[in-house]
Design a binder for this molecule. Structure first.
Ligand code: NDP
Length: 424
């Protein structure tokens, strides 16, 4: 029987983010001695494995899996015996993969919290509507589904590490780092996600279009004085002068790390999330929304059921194809205000990433890069035991220092700036 190797990782998904994470695992063969790439379309896994094999000591195998079915994933875990599973498929598969990890005995790691594929499912809808009323935000995704697995992971002696992308992920680790080294009390957090890149298309999304468009067309919300405040989509706009990128318009969005940071950062009074969008993107999105193309509910078309947003995805450029054409930089980080040694303090921790440099290194644009690198680092924290625990955790619950060191080492160096411009 295949013996469990603490340096063996099963990666599910082989899209934009996974491709970067897999490149990075292969650069880090001391930690990742063996990886399996398993996804719905095995040919993509085989092509990536063939490309990387000559350049790495990491032993790569591939498999086909439909991760909607927990039993298929559990069988794969039982035969491959990895220490952990890195879920880089879609948020729709989170719960099935967590079930499989529990059944077959592997740690679980992901970059995005659970969201159902079918938002018309009456059973899910009932729970969702009760949550909207109770908590006051209406996004389709929230942490409750995965936090409910705490006891099962504790009982199994396993760890689930949630949200190790950039946002959530690095932004949450920045927050733990600010809390540990810069503040006695953090009062406000503004998470700013700026993409100053240009791919030359009138409209394209930088990661999975379905997930991206669902996120940005939803109402915005923020956390203030212990409660959620929800506002209409794109109704709060600010301008910010981003280091190395310049002045950009940004809009307040609901974002998943607000939910966990509100729980895990004691005394925080306000948490907001802003993302930059150009006018062309917003005009296209509004138009697509107005004609019903962002709908997730199936419609009958020429005798066939189609989901409009999935059809739109088929028409849009594949995010993985944007790499060679995207120029410019991203700047993603967090502005913190609070108190240190009785005095008020404001800092901005951020990373700047250059699209073309990412492309030269791993043939991806910076959005996949800034998510794939932290996905590898999260898996490294688990496999090396730098982060240990039994249960379900968000990244800000662990010591940020080894993760921050790894960001510098593996391609996402960060800057701490005192007294930055703040957001009104
Ligand atoms: P892609 O659409 O590029 O890739 C998704 C991959 O998952 C594809 O290889 C797809 O296979 C595979 N997949 C989909 N469904 C299944 C299934 N049922 N079983 C097995 N494999 C499946 O997405 P991205 O790489 O852009 O995003 C990956 C994840 O990263 C998402 O969860 C996204 O939300 C998250 N993300 C997180 C960010 C963060 O900062 N935290 C930022 C950006 C993304 P196929 O090739 O057959 O379609």
């Amino acid at each position: 029987m295949n013996k469990k190797n603490p340096k063996r990782l099963l990666i599910i998904g082989c899209g934009g983010v996974a491709s970067v994470a897999i490149h990075k695992c292969c650069q880090n063969s001391d930690v990742f001695e063996e990886i399996m790439i398993a996804s719905r379309t095995k040919s993509k896994c085989d092509a990536l494995a063939a490309k990387l094999a000559p350049m790495t000591k990491t032993v790569i195998t591939t498999a086909q899996v439909n991760a909607d079915h927990a039993e298929e994933v559990a069988e794969l875990i039982a035969s491959y015996r990895p220490a952990a599973v890195l879920n880089l498929a879609l948020p729709y598969q989170d719960l099935a993969i967590m079930d499989a990890c529990l059944e077959a005995g592997a740690h679980y790691i992901d970059t995005a919290n659970y969201e159902p594929e079918d938002t018309d499912d009456p059973q899910w809808r009932e729970i969702y509507e009760e949550r909207c009323k109770r908590l006051g935000f209406s996004a389709y995704f929230d942490y409750s589904w995965q936090w409910d697995y705490r006891e099962s992971f504790e009982n199994a002696g396993l760890m689930a590490l949630l949200g190790t992308g950039f946002d959530p992920g690095v932004t949450s680790v920045f927050t733990a780092y600010a809390q540990k080294h810069y503040f006695d009390e953090i009062h406000t957090i503004d998470i700013l996600d700026c993409n100053g890149g240009d791919h030359g298309y009138p409209f394209a999304t930088n990661f999975n279009p379905e997930i991206n468009l669902r996120e940005v067309s939803a109402p915005g919300s923020y956390w203030e004085n212990g409660a959620w405040v929800e506002v209409p989509p794109m109704s709060i706009k600010r301008e910010y002068d981003f280091p190395e990128v310049g002045r950009k318009d940004m809009y307040l969005l609901h974002h998943e790390e607000i939910e966990s940071l509100a729980k895990n950062i004691p005394g925080v009074q306000r948490i907001r999330f802003f993302m930059t969008f150009g006018q062309s993107y917003l005009t296209h999105m509004k138009c697509l929304e107005n004609v019903g193309m962002l709908s997730t509910s199936p419609i009958e078309f020429q005798g066939q059921q189609i989901v409009p947003i999935q059809f739109l995805k088929a028409l849009l450029p594949d995010p993985a194809s944007l790499g060679p054409r995207t120029v410019g930089k991203t700047n993603i980080g967090c502005i913190y205000t609070g108190i240190k040694d009785g005095k008020e303090r404001t800092i901005y921790i951020y990373n700047v990433c250059d699209h073309q440099e990412c492309y030269r290194e791993v043939e991806s644009q910076a959005i996949s890069y800034t998510t794939g690198v932290p996905a590898m680092i999260g898996a490294m924290m688990v496999l090396t035991g730098a982060w240990q625990g039994e249960g379900v955790f968000n990244v800000e619950e662990f010591d940020p220092d080894p993760y921050m060191d790894a960001l510098n080492q593996w391609g996402l160096p960060w800057v701490v700036c005192e007294n930055p411009q703040t957001v009104e």
